[in-house]
Design a protein around this ligand. Sequence first.
Ligand code: ATR
Length: 274
Amino acid sequence: MSSDLYAVVGNPISHSKSPLIHSLFAAQTHQDMEYTAIQAPLDDFAGTVSGFFSRGGKGLNVTVPFKEQAWELVTWRSDRAGPAGAVNTLYRDAEGHLCGDNTDGVGLVRDLTLNHGVPLRNQRVLVLGAGGAVRGILGPLLAEQPAEVVIANRTLTKAQALVDLFAGGVRLSAEGFDSVREPFDLIINGTSASLQGDLPPLDPSLVDESTISYDMMYGFETTVFNRWAEHQGACRSIDGLGMLVEQAAEAFWLWRGVRPDTSKVLSQLRQEGF
Ligand code: ATR
């Protein structure tokens, strides 16, 4: 019997850490599986997915720029994938239907609450950005019952659209970067500004000595956003490597029914310089 096949699909894909993370999970939990990276042509994501499953593949992770297409493609979506508008985990059910889930939000929440002991319940949370990445995490974040979530974005209408989509339950509002003021318990950067080494124009009053900053990005060096927060006196700054590992662990659990010990994998990655 050959190993069960899994892969991550994206374009480009060579930078992906998912094959390394999943092979560490597989070794740790003694799962007989192989996990590779597939670069799908920009115009043939659907063909790449159907080809993979018809070769006997068991599950796929989906990354940029195909998460929204994956959402369109599936026959069944989980409750967390539905409002996220994006799917990052694919598998087939017993009848062969293509099923889609989104593990990004739960990855963020588990990293914050379990790995870093950051409470979310009754906290005031500021989320920066209103693109796909933020839409993907809002459902699981709101489910933790923070006191309030403010979404601040360069384009206010996009933040307002997310407020309308996720309204109900937790107090939720939209702001521009120039209008949001006063300290928050937690500020999550979900903009892609750090990719260009940019920082949204944030007011220093957002941070006090009990503010925690979380950048969904990570890199060899502290991100521009986390550097800014530290400079304003934030008590802790956290990068998104743990979120990456936790979203992978949730996909692994969906596929294999086994939860890997993520703390071991995270420290292995940190030791390797990530
Ligand atoms: P992603 O999938 O990474 O979320 P996206 O959907 O293109 O990508 O969204 C990018 C987010 O980063 C948006 O909130 C964008 O702001 P706009 O909605 O106003 O475009 C934000 N963003 C990107 N570059 C930025 C910058 N230099 N300063 C501030 N916000 C930025």
